[in-house]
Design a protein around this ligand. Structure first.
Ligand code: FAD
Ligand code: SF4
Ligand code: SF4
Length: 1019
């Protein structure tokens, strides 16, 4: 093995500067040559890291053309890229990365009758299928990464979906490709029969390919595995079909199939013409529980005989991991019979409802015949099926949520073996893992003999040696069973060295000739498929031996991540024992495995800033990568650098990633940590100080509201505030009130003995919208609770100042000040909690801080205990209702519909459902949730001039259109102060809408008559 390095290789090439200069002059797209951008593009979902020369985000095909011309002239390599979700290192290299995913995502042509669509390479599968859905068709290569995988990348990798047994791989579904060759020639590759009058360069290419394939015909027959799932090398078998499922229905040649699976090494794919399939009208799912994994694998071949559309494996470890995730648990539990060691998800499809139902019956009968009666859970409901598929799709991501340095590593992840050998293969490979002191989790495509498995290895220590040893034993088995070493994920850096092993020296030479025909100077994605490096060249690892983060004195407690985990016994050492010089922060950042799941636009919150910019810099993955590079010194000696600040600038701290990221990357918390180091080094701006210290000056603003509100009353003042304090003049600010809730008579009197509920009124609701707090008090009292209003404890030096969660300080990185506020809060509320009271709050970001940030501030057990008794008011009411204790007299309202926008933190902590549940208590009220990400206001973010545009774009993604579409008979409900402000601001110009807090809706529905009757009965 090569000597260990502390840093991955950086390939500096002469001409880098010339390249960036010439690109900038020639293209309209972004040209990114700075260190952080190159760092962000130096990884994909593999274990590798190589810094690219630079990055181009082309705006148009003309940009790509210009870049290819310049690179050819300079001799600079190029690397096409889509979502960068490759697992084998295909998109990692010392080249100019050309990223199609931001701009090149048009649907160019659609022919419903011919069932074809032509697309640009940067469109994602989900976006394409969403567009196709109303036409009753879809593109059926349904990869797990459908939300981030681009069609260009899918073709590049010859990707395969769960239903490949029914629809085939990419190669079976690509009809034609427009490509740009390195020499600048534009070619259209397609069915041979249609390429009769090809221009000379193309004709030469075609003749050359045909000659190589015909010359090697015998060797192709001898060496190319006869399984459907074979993804390595170039598809020379397009000329002499070897796959169980020929690439074309009649076995004819399609030249586009040479580009499929070529991993960007032959040409730039400009457009792809794809074969579509009708949307399956009816589906059923049978979930079979097996006592052993071996049994499941042994019986798969019988199940496949029923001609299902998919047979997918989920093993015991995955079942348990899914169960530990609250959102997956009920779904997986509903799919099991007893405590199986493995389950198979067997899907049947049909044009009519009867066919898939009958085949499901056949499955039940078959399992009985095979000695497993009563082991099938029948799922005919589409929603139930969808939920279970989501768990299966999240499989790999669930598995990656393992803490510590050992991680599941992808290198034999997708070997494909014929079904009759599947059980033995799984059994023997499991023993190989055990021999090397590790284990793997098995899942995925049993139907086609491609099982995913990743042994857990520590690449910083002995991972490389174990990787080599396991790969050698696995490959020997694959050969014995006449399988394919790569059945899904391709060659990249991890498997190019195995191409010769799989295909023999003659075909390896033939592949080199194919490469030379397209790209004689070897400029397209060098080192992949041909002329590769060793898989275990540690210089190319993201975490090479000797990798170490810098020492960091963290402000927050990250020790929970600083652990060692034993892959075999699953035991985890105590917090703080993992040896991280950055006190666990580096290991928390390393939880991001680069799978790219955050590059998505579907339901869920993550990641609002990426949704508006589509920049790698502004997605959770890009941020985690930037932090990883910074904390390991790869961006220079200064952790608190401008590059990191820029990457985090548009992060709205919504905590969407905390919930939606499968490995729980919590960027909002990381941003606090960074802000702490930043402000220590650079200080704070006037705006940051104004916002951060608001809890201190708020009492004064309430005493003199006419002065505090001058900014929005005095002509020109807003513009001045923009100029000197960075607050957007396009925004109004929340208005200060003198009639604050905490100074009101009713609040002062709310101090009963032994309260059952303590109402925590935050700075915003106290000073800006006291009616919300009044409404909360009315509702809680109407439900019959003894309510106290939370106040600072008697021993507090600032006794009269309201309690505060410290969030504004956290936003500015003033962690010590935030801790002081948090301590005041704990001191005041812990005695109530200890006495059994529940603390309820109104503002999600304030109340939920007690359950989140307070726990990493070193506040001790009291904070821990308090966190278990701190609930949003709707959570409390919903809980009481569930447990039969809520007696809230409610009458119907004039409005019959309520549209609810969830605050991001409400969604991150699963507190949106309770809000919906309590609104549904109002007779006749129809409650709907707006499928929205962050509203874009996010505390002070949207008020800042620098962020105003991004903020409004976030709101316009789905929230504001939904609000505008709602009629006047619809209530708009939002618990977040800033969400309400954003809704008001965003609708002011058209039809102004006011959003209200849940508790205001409940208060307005209180039935006074019923209350009176109850009061009389009680007296
Ligand atoms: C959690 C997880 C689950 C996965 N599940 C699956 C699965 O179910 N099935 C599956 O097959 N794969 C799967 N993969 C692998 C990966 O997601 C797929 O291969 C995906 O199709 C890659 O798409 P991408 O846009 O990310 O491509 P990228 O990774 O960006 O690129 C892939 C290849 O295509 C080339 N390329 C991209 N654009 C062009 C272009 N315009 N011209 C020429 N070449 C180009 C690149 O150079 C590269 O070699 C999974 C990966 C992860 C992390
Ligand atoms: S942040 Fe999470 S979702 Fe995004 S790439 Fe990293 S691990 Fe995946
Ligand atoms: S906290 Fe929100 S904005 Fe920030 S990275 Fe996570 S999902 Fe994106």
């Amino acid at each position: 093995m090569n000597a260990p390095l502390t840093r991955p290789l950086v390939f500096h090439r002469p001409g880098d500067t010339e390249l960036s200069r010439r690109l900038r002059a020639a293209v309209q797209g972004d040209v990114l040559f700075d260190r952080a951008s190159r760092g962000r593009y130096s990884t994909d979902a593999s274990i590798y890291q190589i810094e690219p020369i630079g990055v181009l985000i082309p705006r148009s095909h003309d940009d790509v053309r210009a870049a290819v011309d310049i690179c050819r002239e300079i001799g600079a390599p190029m690397l096409p890229r889509g979502g960068g979700s490759s697992q084998c290192g295909q998109t990692v290299g010392a080249a100019l990365v050309i990223d199609a995913s931001k701009h090149l995502r048009e649907i160019v042509a659609f022919d419903r009758e011919a069932m074809t669509v032509t697309v640009e390479p940067g469109i994602t599968l989900d976006a394409l299928n969403a567009w196709l859905k109303p036409h009753g068709v879809w593109f059926p290569v349904d990869v797990s990464t459908a939300a981030q995988a681009t069609l260009g990348g899918m073709a590049g990798n010859n990707s395969c979906g769960s239903r490949s047994i029914a629809y085939g791989n990419m190669v079976h579904n690509v009809l034609a490709a427009d490509a740009l060759l390195v020499d600048g020639t534009e070619v259209r590759l397609g069915a041979e029969a249609r390429m009769g009058d090809a221009p000379p360069r193309l004709r030469g290419l075609m003749d050359g390919l045909r000659a190589i394939a015909d010359r090697e015909r015998d060797e192709i027959v001898r060496q190319v595995p006869k399984v459907m799932r074979r993804v390595g090398g170039y598809n020379l078998d397009a000329f002499h079909p070897q796959s169980e499922r020929p690439y074309t229905a009649d076995g004819s040649v399609n030249y586009a199939h040479l580009l499929v699976g070529s991993e960007g090494t032959l040409a730039w794919t400009r457009t792809l013409t794809l074969k579509l399939a009708p949307l399956a009208k009816h589906k059923t799912l049978g979930v079979v529980s097996f006592p052993t994994l071996y049994k499941a694998m042994e019986l798969t071949k019988h199940i496949v005989a029923l001609r299902p559309a998919a047979v997918e494996l989920v093993d015991r470890t995955m079942i348990e991991l899914a169960r530990s995730n609250p959102s997956f648990r009920p779904v997986i539990d509903g799919a099991l019979v007893g405590e199986p060691d493995a389950i198979l998800l067997v899907e049947f499809i049909g044009e009519d409802a009867e066919t898939p139902r009958c085949t499901l019956d056949n499955l039940v009968a078959l399992m009985g015949d095979l000695g497993l009666p009563g082991q099938v859970v029948r799922m005919t409901d589409a929603n139930e099926q969808r939920a279970l598929w989501e768990v299966r799709k999240a499989g790999l991501n669930i598995m990656m949520s393992m803490k510590g340095d050992g991680k599941p590593v992808s290198f034999i992840e997708d070997c494909a073996v014929p079904l009759e050998h599947l059980a033995d293969y799984v059994d023997r490979l499991t023993q190989v893992f055990a021999k090397h002191g590790t284990r793997g989790t098995w899942y995925a495509h049993a139907s086609v003999g491609t099982l995913h498995v990743r042994p857990i290895l520590d690449m910083r220590r002995d991972g490389a040696a174990k990787m080599r040893a396991i790969a050698e034993e696995a490959s020997a088995m694959v050969r014995e069973y006449k399988g394919a070493y790569s059945g899904e994920h391709g060659d990249g850096l991890v498997r190019t060295e195995w191409v010769a092993w799989q295909f023999g020296p003659r075909l390896t030479r033939a592949f080199e000739e194919v490469k030379a025909l397209f790209d004689p100077d070897g400029l397209m994605n060098p080192g992949k498929i041909v002329r590769g490096t060793r898989m275990d060249d540690a210089r190319l690892f993201r975490y090479p031996p000797g990798y170490a983060p810098v020492k960091l004195d963290t402000a927050l407690d990250w020790s929970a991540w600083d652990v060692h985990a034993d892959p075999v016994t699953d035991t985890v050492t105590a917090p703080g024992t993992g040896g991280d010089p950055a006190k666990g922060f580096a290991k928390a950042v390393e939880m991001c495995n680069n799978n790219g799941h955050c590059r998505k636009f579907d339901a869920g919150t993550m990641c609002p800033s990426f949704r508006v910019t589509r920049d790698e810099e502004h997605v959770t993955r890009g941020r985690a990568n930037t932090l990883r590079l910074a904390v390991s010194g790869q961006l220079g000696p200064d952790f608190a650098s401008e590059a990191v600040r820029e990457a985090l600038d548009l992060c709205v701290s919504c905590k969407g990633c905390r919930r939606d990221c499968p490995t729980g990357v919590d960027m909002a918390k990381m941003k606090i940590e960074f802000a702490f180091h930043w402000q220590k080094k650079h200080g704070l701006s006037l705006k940051d100080k104004l916002v951060a210290y608001m809890p201190k000056w708020a009492p004064w603003a309430a005493r003199f509201p006419f002065i505090a509100n001058l900014r929005d009353a005095l002509p020109g003042a807003a513009r001045l505030s923009e100029r000197f304090a960075g607050l957007s003049a396009k925004r109004t600010l929340p208005q200060w009130r003198s009639d604050t809730f905490l100074s009101s008579r009713v609040a002062l009197a709310a101090n009963p003995e032994r309260p059952e509920v303590v109402l925590l009124v935050d700075t915003f609701n106290n000073y800006h919208e006291p009616e919300n707090a009044h409404a909360a008090l009315r509702v809680l009292r109407a439900a019959g609770y003894r309510v106290a209003v939370a106040r600072a404890s008697a021993s507090d030096a600032e006794r009269d100042r309201p309690l505060c969660c410290g969030r504004t300080y956290l936003g500015a990185g003033l962690v010590d000040e935030a801790k002081r506020e948090a301590r005041r809060m704990v001191e005041a509320l812990a005695p109530h909690a200890a006495a059994g009271a529940t603390v309820v709050g109104l503002e999600p970001s304030c109340l939920l801080a007690l359950r989140d940030e307070f726990l990493v501030m070193g506040l001790g057990d009291e904070a821990q205990r308090l966190s278990t008794r701190a609930l949003m008011i709707e959570e409390f009411l919903a809980r009481e209702q569930r447990e039969g204790r809520l007696a809230l007299p409610l009458k119907s309202l004039p409005q019959k519909r309520a549209l609810v926008h969830g605050h991001c933190h409400q969604k991150a902590f699963d507190v949106l459902n309770p809000a919906v549940a309590v609104l549904k208590l109002i007779p006749g009220l129809q409650v709907e949730v707006i499928e929205s990400s962050c509203c874009g206001m996010a505390g002070s973010f949207g008020y800042e001039a620098a962020h105003y545009d991004a903020s409004m774009k976030m709101a316009e993604l789905s929230l504001l259109p939904a609000v505008r579409a709602a009629g006047d008979d619809t209530l708009i409900v939002a618990d977040g102060t800033s969400c309400r402000h954003q809704i008001a601001d965003g609708t002011r110009a058209s039809r102004p809408r006011e959003a209200v807090h849940v508790v205001r809706v409940l208060a307005s529905a209180l039935d006074p008559a019923a209350q009176e009757i109850r009061a009389r009965a009680a007296s």
